[in-house]
Design a protein around this ligand. Structure first.
Ligand SMILES: [Zn+2]
Ligand SMILES: [Zn+2]
Length: 115
């Protein structure tokens, strides 16, 4: 015989929009919140674990980052230090690039004067 049966399965549902049809892409390791692709952009951020490996980080929800439980406080402050380092590195390369550009222009000018 034919019969319509309902299959129940356990699956991760986005904690923010609660849309059961959306796949989730992030899980906060602290509170276990799940987020779909769209909600992840608003509610999750990645903390960097290794400076030059972009996929090395973990996704954390903003709520836990703003108010981490005691046992995560150390990890979060280490991540903060990593962010600061990352910013310093970015600024360093930016100013290096500016110096490089000025130097290139000067060389170009100087060569022009000589021909
Ligand atoms: Zn969502
Ligand atoms: Zn969380």
């Amino acid at each position: 015989m034919k019969k319509v049966v309902t299959i129940t399965e356990e699956r991760n549902v986005c904690d923010y929009c609660e849309d059961e049809n959306k796949e989730t892409y992030g899980e906060c390791p602290i509170c276990g919140a799940h987020a779909c692709y769209e909600c992840k952009k608003d509610h999750f951020t990645e903390r960097t674990a290794e400076l030059h490996i972009s996929s090395s980080g973990n996704q954390f929800c903003y709520k836990c980052i703003a108010n981490p439980p005691k046992e995560f406080k150390k990890l979060m402050s280490l991540y903060d230090e990593m962010d600061a380092l990352k910013n310093r590195e970015t600024n360093f390369y930016e100013s290096e690039r500016k110096i490089q550009k000025i130097l290139e222009d000067k060389i170009r000018e100087e060569k022009k004067c000589l021909t």
